[in-house]
Every structure is written in structure tokens, then in C-alpha cells.
Design a protein around this ligand. Sequence first.
Ligand code: PAF
Length: 284
Amino acid sequence: MKTIRTVEQLRDAVAQAKAQGLTIGLVPTMGALHDGHISLVRRARKDNDIVVVSIFVNPTQFNNPDDLRTYPRTEQADCAMLEAEGVDYAFVPSVEEIYPEPDTRVFDLGPVAEVMEGAMRPGHFNGVAQIVSKLFMWAEPTRAYFGHKDIQQIAVIRRMAEIIGFKGDIVPCPILCEADGLAMSSRNTRLTPGQRAIAPAIHRALEDALEAWQAGKSIADITARTIAAVNAVSGLDVEYFQIVHPATMQPLGEEPAPDGAIGCITVYCGDVRLIDNTIFPARP
Ligand code: PAF
């Protein structure tokens, strides 16, 4: 594996690959890699000739300076994991390399970016669109891989891809959970042992929500009971739970849901913000 730090090196590597007619799989990350990321890397490895993984804690997507400051940074361990997975290039740029001047682009992301994370974290999705559009432009991936845990991010990236005319495939990959159900996240490393012990209650509440959905309960009822179940655990504080359309991310009413739905939750565990979601099947 080659670790590259400049856009020029990335563009050269891509030009070489393209000249040989090779396919490129891109896995954008912010590092602090865990098995969830590795599952994306393995999928990219299986599907493509060349695999590029970017590691960059993107400042423009953080609306909270403390969150940016405390975001875990583990470059050495990350690169060792990627090397073991047979990745071709780890792209690990500096902030100056990515943003030699401020990125003033404002993407018209529409309603998909206005709810849930978009409402709670103003500017977050525009920052994601800024960095991912740059990565798409430089890495010219045949396919780009994103985790389903950030389902709204995938919907936003699809919209951004439409805007910039990106021709590659955006490949969503399933959420990976720890043995006790907690969705894998780089932020989990910030949980104290006590917080780590209570955090799986989030996943259990989502499982109960799915059961209630399958039993035909109303959205209002499922929403109320899910929020109550999580908030009943001392140390957990629900920011939102919403049942939304799987593509538009808009909250569903009590009408039939022929496309299925996604139950999305965000919970504060101390000052660590955890997100998770679960897929609800179509309900006629
Ligand atoms: O999901 C993430 O880790 C980030 O939002 C991404 C897609 C790497 C952009 O910085």
C-alpha cells in the first residue's frame, strides 16, 4: 500500500489506473477505523481493481468545534489495518492540501438535507458535499462506498452526485454492530465503560420499534414508545427519533408505506452523540 498525501499524487495514481482501463473503488473515511469501515474496504476490494481509502477529518462538516477537536485520530493504526486489507492507496492529506483556500461552494441539496441531521447540525451536509465532491473529482471512482449507519448522508451524497454529474456508482453497505448490538462508530471509543454498557439500549429500542412496525402499530405510537424506552435509561437522552421515507428522508405520516421506511435515531450518551437506524419493510 502506498500512503499518499497530495492531490497531485492521487491524480497521478488515478491517471495511471485509468490508462490501464482499471476500475477504482473509493472508500471515504475520517479515520479511527473499525470493522464497519473494514467491511466497506472489503466490498471495495472485491468489486474493483484499485482501492483508494481516504482518511481526512473534514473540518467543514463539523458544526461543533469541540466535536472536531475531540474526534479520534489514529492514523498509524488505520494505515496498518488498510495495509492488511490489501488497499492500494491510503490518501491522507492535510487540511491545507484539501482547502488551500476556503471552500465557499453552497450546494442546493434540497429537502433531503433539511430534516434530522440537517436540522440539528446546520452546515454539516454542505461540508460533507464539499469534501466528497472533491474526492469524487480527484479519485474519479468507478464506485464509492458509504455505510448505511449514515443513511441520510447517503441520500445527500446521491443528491450532490446529481448536481456535479458524477457518473460512478454510490454503493451503500450494511451497518455493522458490536456483539451487544451497539452500531459500530468511531465515536464509540469516546464512551466511558459505564456509557458503553448502557449504549446498546439504543439498538434494543430500534429492534422493538421494528417489531411494533411489523405488528401494524401506528407511527405515533412507535415513535413515542421508542423515545420513552431510550430515555428511560439513565445517561441516555434522545435528540430525535423519526420514521422517514428511505429515499427522500421525509417523515412519514400514518399512510401506507409501500417503499418501506427507516427509523432513524440520535441519542446523547453524555457528550457523545450516537446515531443508528433500522430498515422497516414495506407496509401496504
Ligand atoms: O461518513 C464519514 O465518515 C464522513 O462524513 C465522510 C463521508 C468521510 C466525509 O468526510
